[in-house]
Design a protein around this ligand. Structure first.
Ligand code: NAD
Length: 505
């Protein structure tokens, strides 16, 4: 934390500085189209903070016409070559400048985002502004380091493989970590030379609107980055159905991902990259190197950001002989976490994003009880007096592999625990859902660790840790957790077309 803070100039993270931003009046928001702030043609709607349940600003409920206008502006900018034909060295400078500006405004951006979505600032400062700045820097550097290829053809022919931008990228992102995930889409798409229209989630749009302002200040030309707020079922759908969007880059839930595939099939068969949900298994063997540390990390891996993390380790799968002891340790750590105001530096865990999400979390607990599981700790809404949406870290045991809690993503602070006797049983349990996003393995046995890595179906497998992440490595799901990769050089592939030039010599 400290290292990253220094890196982004945030060693000044202090309560009084946070408070300076937390009560700032935020005026009603507009849409960012063609380099300008414009009123949406629909009405604005209130943004309610999950911290206290009170509205503090409003955002535009854009219409299909607004979305189409933004797509048109992105297309025009692309065809004019405002960005795509700009010298790579210049584009690189602009993306670095954008990273500088994110660092300059990191605290303001982060507090704004936390007021909107409820993530504890201790986590958000690095996961949001820190990560976004790092992502723009990484892809800025890719701009003049990614080459085309010369194919090994016969010597009377020259086969050149060009990497061309796809044109207009449509990005749709969720409410957890909007800046981080927004940057994962915007930065590689821009690095590859495209124009973009991005639609943030209804309950986490503010920090991404601010990114548009910073991008403009950094020198991103008009029309190259457009931000359209509003309802997924209206403007997200319009983006999905557009004949003029070439690639859709989505992060969100499986049901929405499925709809986007349908929209693509009904329109121009645009490529859809889907980063979806998870129900990630965290497998603890009795020979784990340090069971206390494993228990602490396992608790953090589900309870940070109230479990609103796509890779949250939501299923703890423990070897039978250590099950009871290990659960005691996990519960001890869970109960030590202070849930509260996400803008209070002493809070370990912040708020649930919305009333709807809180209700959904509580419903999962009720269903788990009905299906015969035991709630060992938590399970309730707390801090009702604040007006905000908070929930206790919750540990549920005796979760059967056929139950709802074992199979479905809660996206909340609810840990489902099961036990195993053999390695093969651990693998069957781990792979027993439709998801395949992330996993954890805890063992001192190196060959067992390697074998488990290859047998567990997941895009990321952590060994003796959890939640390892960096912009240099891809995040991509398997099975119904999605396709394509965010982060790393591989993400660039989503935003390019390969073109062969076959030249007879
Ligand atoms: P969601 O699918 O409800 O919404 C995501 C986005 O899609 C929002 O911007 C929403 O407005 C938009 N949308 C909704 N309906 C739409 C439609 N019909 N057409 C087009 N767009 C539409 O998901 P959420 O609740 O915002 O986010 C939580 C989900 O995101 C969880 O499942 C979580 O696991 C997943 N997630 C995945 C990753 C990853 O990298 N794999 C990262 C973060 C979150």
């Amino acid at each position: 934390m400290e290292k990253l803070q220094n890196q982004i100039g945030l060693n000044m993270l202090e309560q009084n500085l946070i408070n300076k931003h937390r009560y700032k009046k935020i005026s009603p928001q507009k849409l960012f189209i063609d380099g300008d702030w414009v009123n949406g043609t629909g009405e604005n709607f209130d943004i309610v903070s999950p911290i206290d349940g009170k509205p503090f600003t409003s955002i535009a409920r854009a219409t299909v016409a607004d979305m189409n206008k933004a797509i048109k502006s992105a297309r025009t900018a692309f065809e004019k070559g405002l960005w795509s034909n700009m010298a790579p060295a210049h584009r690189k400078k602009i993306l670095h400048k954008l990273a500088d500006l994110i660092e300059r405004d990191a605290l303001e951006l982060t507090v704004l985002g936390v007021r909107d979505n409820g993530t504890e600032i201790n986590m958000a400062i690095n996961a949001e502004a820190g990560s976004a700045a790092g992502t723009f820097r990484y892809y800025a550097e890719c701009i003049d380091k990614v080459y085309g290829e010369i194919a090994p053809t016969a010597n009377n022919v020259l086969g050149l493989i060009h990497k061309e931008p796809v044109g207009v990228v449509g990005a749709i992102v969720p409410w957890n970590f909007p800046l981080m995930i927004g940057a994962w889409k915007i930065a590689p798409a821009l690095a590859a030379g495209n124009s973009i229209v991005l639609k943030p989630a209804e309950t986490a749009s503010l920090s991404l609107l601010k990114i548009a302002e910073l991008a403009s200040e950094a020198g991103v030309p008009e029309g190259v980055l457009n931000i359209i707020t509003g309802q997924g079922s209206v403007v997200g759908k319009a983006m999905g159905l557009s004949m003029d969007v070439d690639v859709l880059a989505f992060t969100g839930s499986g049901p929405t991902g499925r709809r986007l595939l349908e929209y693509s099939a009904q329109s121009n068969m645009k490529r859809c990259y889907l980063e979806l949900g998870g129900k990630s298994p965290n497998i603890v063997f009795s020979d784990a190197p340090d069971l206390d540390q494993a228990a602490k990390v396992s608790a953090m891996a589900i309870f940070r950001n109230s479990g609103q993390v796509c890779v949250a380790a939501s299923r703890l799968i423990i070897e039978d002989e250590i099950h009871d002891d290990f659960i005691r340790k996990v519960i001890k750590h869970a109960n030590l976490l202070k849930v509260g105001d996400p803008l209070d530096l002493s809070s370990d865990v912040g708020a649930i994003n919305s009333k709807i999400q809180l209700r959904s979390n509580l419903k999962f607990v009720d269903v788990a009880k009905e299906e015969g599981a035991d709630i060992l700790t938590g399970g309730n809404q707390i801090l009702q007096n604040t007006g905000g949406y908070y929930m206790e870290p919750t540990v549920v045991t005796n979760v059967s592999p056929n139950s709802t809690l074992f199979k479905d993503e809660v996206f909340g602070p609810v840990l489902a625990v099961s036990k195993f006797k053999s390695e093969s049983e651990a693998i069957t349990l781990a792979n027993g859902t439709e998801f395949g996003l992330s996993a954890g393995i805890w063992t001192s046995n190196l060959s067992k660790a390697h074998q488990m890595v290859s047998k567990v179906n997941a895009g990321v497998v952590n060994v003796n840790t959890y939640g390892g992440a960096d912009v240099t490595v891809p995040l991509s799901g398997v099975k119904q957790s999605g396709n394509g990769a965010d982060k790393s050089m591989h993400a660039l592939d989503k935003y390019i077309n390969l073109k062969t030039a076959w030249i007879q010599l």
